[in-house]
Write a protein that binds this ligand. Structure first.
Ligand code: NAI
Length: 390
């Protein structure tokens, strides 16, 4: 471990993670969803769950785009690599089309390569999931490399946070950003690249009539507002949410539509990097588990597809046009308890008040560790191939 990064990953454990998600989706029955799906950011977190739900819930052909490190002799791949290898071999076994592109989704080259693949193999696609989480983006037109920051706007922010490896709760002060930080964060995590993808797909005429695209956002409680929704990343999410309307306009001729779905706070590689959020998540997990409301990425996305996107009724949205699948997280009774626990949380009390173990185990699971049924003492080869890699 180094900070919030785990430096190795386990091929069999990652496979287990994927198999568990496939089993979950199958156990929930079939969804009359899209049949030809492109997932941008398909290898971990919500994107992987979207690919699994499409393939194993709706028998969809999927193309996955991601940016993962391939294994080298003596060096493990990044977990998304092993996840994708496991996904593709399961898809193939189930007779489902699945191919992947590993490269920078922000680049024109990867967009073109994806379009060529769609044209050659699928013709047209019905659903595009946009689930990128990245700290950096090199702009394809200007060549400028933008780096996102996770900072408050206007004034410094002091609050509690937890180092989830040690369990130590401490105060953290985050200094406010400058204007450039906001612009850079919006450039990386805002909607410009999503719109560029959709423009390219429209221009290439590879979208079916009624095609839909969905990107993921987050709101969260007042507790994390200064660093999340009202901070630099929040500005990027505002931009992403506004972009849905711009894209919908552009899709009118094919009767297509763009949506943003607001998802629940979950342990992923992206969210572990945000100060304050891990403490919030550990208290949230404890509360939601006690109420029988807890969901991971796959439960969230399975519910998004089966109870929001593909119900034969109009897709329900809030007053800002967003799909809400964070409804259970944001319930008043849940938030009231979390806010109360927050005031009480200390290094000593957190193991009792929060679900630190759940956090840690979810974090280890992201890298393929901590799964029962895997013999971690057994030798495994790090050199695993992704069958449908282009
Ligand atoms: P993640 O870190 O698990 O997944 C990110 C994906 O993007 C991976 O497949 C990765 O390979 C891919 N990626 C990153 N940079 C890339 C690049 N340059 N080119 C191609 N692929 C690239 O992240 P997570 O948490 O699943 O986030 C996905 C979306 O969901 C983000 O927009 C995030 O803000 C949103 N979200 C996350 C929540 C959370 O609590 N984790 C809550 C609500 C929304």
């Amino acid at each position: 471990m180094r900070g919030f990064i785990c430096l190795t990953s386990h091929p069999k454990g990652c496979e287990k993670n994927v198999l568990n998600q496939i089993d979950y989706v199958k156990s929930k029955g079939s969804i009359e969803g899209a049949k030809k799906v492109l997932v941008i950011g398909a290898s971990t977190g919500f994107g992987l769950a979207s690919r699994i739900t499409s393939a194993f819930g709706s028998n969809a052909a999927t193309i996955g785009v991601f940016f993962e490190k391939a294994p080298q002799e003596g060096k493990t791949a990044s977990p998304g690599w092993y996840n994708s290898a496991a996904f593709e071999s399961q898809a193939k076994k189930a007779g489902l089309y699945a191919k992947s592109i590993n490269g920078d989704a922000f680049s024109t080259e990867v967009k073109n390569k994806t379009i060529e693949l769609i044209k050659a193999d699928l013709g047209k696609i019905d659903l595009i999931i946009y689930s990128l989480a990245s700290p950096v983006r090199t702009h394809p037109v200007t060549g400028v490399t933008h780096r996102s920051v996770l900072k408050p706007i206007g004034q410094s922010f002091t609050n509690k946070t937890v180092d989830f490896h040690t369990g130590i709760v401490s105060n953290i002060t985050i200094e406010p950003c400058n204007e450039e930080d906001i612009a850079n964060t919006v450039a990386v995590m805002g909607g410009e690249d999503w719109e560029m993808w959709m423009d390219a797909l429209v221009k290439a005429d590879v979208l079916s009539e009624n095609a839909m695209t969905v990107a993921y956002s987050y709101i969260g409680p007042q507790l994390t507002e200064a660093v999340y929704r009202k901070g630099t990343i929040g500005r990027a999410k505002d931009h992403l949410e506004a972009t849905a309307f711009t894209i919908s306009e552009k899709l009118k001729s094919i009767k297509g539509k763009a949506y943003v779905s607001v998802n629940k706070a979950l342990v992923t590689q992206a969210s572990s990097a945000i100060p304050v959020i891990p403490l919030y998540i550990s208290l949230l997990y404890k509360t939601m588990k006690a109420k029988g409301l807890h969901e991971g990425c796959i439960e969230q996305i399975q519910r998004l597809f089966s109870e929001r996107l593909y119900t034969k009724q109009a897709i329900p949205t809030d007053d800002k046009g967003r799909i809400r699948i964070d409804d259970w997280e944001m319930r008043d009774d849940v938030q009231a308890i979390v806010a109360e626990l927050w005031t009480q949380a200390t290094t000593e009390s957190l193991p009792e008040l929060g679900d630190l173990n759940g956090y840690k185990s979810d974090f280890l699971n992201l890298f393929g560790f901590g799964f029962t049924g895997i013999n971690y003492l057994e030798d495994v080869s790090e050199l695993v191939e992704i069958e449908g890699l282009q």
